[in-house]
Ligand binder design. Structure first.
Ligand SMILES: Cc1cc2nc3c(=O)[nH]c(=O)nc-3n(C[C@H](O)[C@H](O)[C@H](O)COP(=O)(O)O)c2cc1C
Length: 330
């Protein structure tokens, strides 16, 4: 029987299958079900910076609100509607008391303003690690790429200042030099990088001429983008752990990511589309793959096909369809 256990950000996992942050990980019932299904760890649904700061503002102004004002009413109604922060901390505490697998809390943010105390509270509540889902949409033509990269690093530095638990940065792939960016994240203390987040994407409804959201779920073809970068980054920045995310829909995809050098694979869309039973297929395939190749443990094959292990890593570097330009496509 192969040994599937592994270490991610210093945490011991029974296997490298991690459930990604989403509505699937936002309630204790689902978290318990996922543990029962055998997954290695769970990243809780994100709490958003705005939600946290909304509540922080409320707390700061609590005394002032004795004198009722329209602003105070807003704060109170926000608080009653959301009550997010306390609920989230309760979820962390409950999850930690009921399940044994590591629980990774998640914060979605675009700045390092105002919410740092909450990161500290998450640690106190028992979170095993923290995943920072940072996405800055660059829409200002006067801001340089370096300025934006510094914002990611500032967020990481501030979080690392207030917590001792390991911190993972969940990023998108829109960096001019992704390897350089991950290297800086590693140098600034990120224990892991989650590559990649999947964002709401815009679409246009031609019947109504309105903006709509494209499908929120990935497809298995979306694996390729993250596979390329897992392979390259794991070879170039070996110190950082990689959680491959986007397009892992089955066991085959998880194994490919591990071969490319991922430490763990995170799954989300496939569980929405196929139900929690999909974890059975993923874990069964991983085991059967290891038996077939006589791999006793994950380390026997992790990174075997990463950029640094290949004598000629051209498949990771090739970006253009040269074959087609040189005649085949005519
Ligand atoms: C419905 C839905 C909700 C999500 N919510 C979050 C979230 O709260 N925080 C986060 O970091 N990522 C969130 N994600 C992104 C997923 O965690 C994951 O990174 C992304 O879907 C790519 O993985 P996949 O191809 O397995 O779906 C969400 C994705 C979906 C589809």
């Amino acid at each position: 029987m192969p040994n599937l256990s592994t270490t991610y950000m210093g945490l011991s996992l029974r296997n490298p299958l991690v459930v990604a942050s989403s509505g699937l990980t936002g309630s204790i019932d689902k978290i318990a079900q996922l543990e029962e299904k055998g997954v290695g760890a769970i990243v809780l649904k994100s709490l958003f910076e705005e939600q946290i700061n909304g509540e922080v503002s409320y707390m700061i102004n609590r005394d002032a609100q004795q004198n009722a004002s329209p602003e105070a009413d807003d704060y109170i109604s926000d608080y009653i509607r959301e009550n997010n922060v306390q609920q989230y901390l309760d979820l962390v505490r409950l999850a930690k008391s009921l399940v044994k697998i590591p629980i990774i809390a998640s914060i979605s943010c675009i700045s390092d303003n105002g919410w740092m105390e909450f990161a500290h509270d998450l640690e106190k509540a028992g979170a095993d690690a923290l995943e920072i889902n940072a996405f800055i949409v660059p829409t200002d033509r006067k801001i340089s790429s370096a300025d934006i990269e510094f914002r990611y690093l500032d967020i990481l530095t501030e979080v690392r200042r207030v917590v001792k638990i390991p911190v993972a940065m969940k990023i998108g792939y829109n960096f001019t030099n992704l390897v350089g960016m991950v290297d800086k994240l590693s140098a600034n203390g990120a224990a892991a990088v989650v590559m990649f987040n999947r964002f709401y994407e815009p679409d246009i409804d031609l019947e109504t001429l309105e903006m709509t959201a494209a499908s929120i779920y990935s497809s298995s073809a979306d694996l390729r983008q993250s596979l390329r970068w897992t392979g390259i980054v794991s070879g170039k920045v070996p110190k950082i752990n990689i959680a491959a995310s986007t397009g892992i829909h089955d066991g085959e995809a998880l194994v490919k990511q591990l071969l490319a050098g991922a430490t763990v694979g995170q799954v989300c869309s496939t569980l929405y589309l196929n139900g929690f039973d999909q974890t059975d297929q993923i874990l069964a395939y991983l085991k059967s793959f290891m038996v077939k190749w006589n791999f006793k443990q994950i380390a026997d094959f992790r990174g075997r096909l990463s950029y640094s292990k290949l004598p000629n890593p051209v498949m990771y570097e090739r970006a253009q369809f040269m074959k087609y330009f040189s005649g085949q496509g005519n």
